[in-house]
Design a protein around this ligand. Structure first.
Ligand code: SAH
Ligand code: DHB
Ligand code: MG
Length: 222
């Protein structure tokens, strides 16, 4: 099995299950045209986020790391008309591309793109004292994953699902001696998950168009 096979299978699954559509394709095309990196979730991963949001009857969703709004649109499609998705993005250009993509997809009314470092936005969200989030997707800078997870727990309730992207890193995650700040961030997350009595968690490896990586899936239990 090779990366070419993984990619071909993602394409096959996308086609046979008709996972994609014009608005999703346009979001990727416009992101590419604007020079954004091609690091959005894959089509099948996007559908998984959508299904998880629907499974949890999500009304409030938090995303950390917007890029061009591709994963945002997948999750926003699970929201009821009065639902809300807040997505955090440090790069104003990414945020602007995302706003256009989100508007084209029909979610300008439900999606709030906030520009700036996520670590500054999270305390502000907490201070707004709104209802906890039902689903949280952590997908920004990897060294900060432990901080984002801590804030995510504060913004959760029992039943909230927290997904963290890029936690396998081509297997680099098993290197305890790694000096890579992203690997260190992911390993610290795993230690936190192990020590935290309020969550039940697993890590799922994946291959596909994005290579070899994985999601952490965390259920807040109390
Ligand atoms: N979730 C997106 C992909 C996000 S890529 C999707 O699947 O479609 C990661 C994004 O996080 C990039 O756009 C990057 O600019 C942003 N980012 C990096 N560091 C950040 C920070 N400190 N605060 C907020 N966003 C950050
Ligand atoms: C990168 C970031 C991601 O969130 C991802 O899924 C893949 C790659 C990156 O920064 O290179
Ligand atoms: Mg990612």
């Amino acid at each position: 099995m090779t990366p070419e096979t993984w990619t071909a299978v993602d394409h096959y699954v996308t086609h046979v299950l008709r996972l994609s559509d014009d608005a999703l394709e346009a979001a990727l095309e416009e992101s590419d045209a604007a020079g954004l990196p091609a690091i959005a979730v894959s089509v099948p991963q996007g559908k998984l986020l959508n299904i998880l949001a629907r499974l949890g009857h999500a009304r409030r969703i938090l995303e950390i790391g917007t890029l061009g709004g591709y994963s945002t649109i997948w999750m926003a499609r699970a929201l009821p008309p009065d639902g809300e998705l807040i997505t955090l993005e440090i790069d104003p250009k990414h945020a602007e591309v995302a706003r256009v993509n989100i508007e084209r997809a029909g979610f300008a009314d439900r999606v709030d793109v906030r520009v700036g470092p996520a670590i500054d936005a999270l305390p502000k969200i907490a201070a707004e004292n709104k209802d906890p989030f039902d689903l949280i997707f952590i997908d920004a800078d990897k060294p900060s994953i432990p901080d984002y997870f801590t804030w995510s727990l504060r913004l959760s309730r029992p039943g909230t699902v927290i997904i963290v992207d890029n936690v396998v890193r081509e297997g680099a995650v098993i290197d305890a001696a790694s000096e890579d700040a992203s690997v260190k961030g992911v390993r610290r997350l795993n230690e936190m998950l192990a020590a935290e009595s309020r969550v039940s968690a697993t890590v799922l490896q994946s291959v596909g168009t994005k290579g070899y990586d994985g999601f952490a899936v965390v259920l807040v239990t109390s």
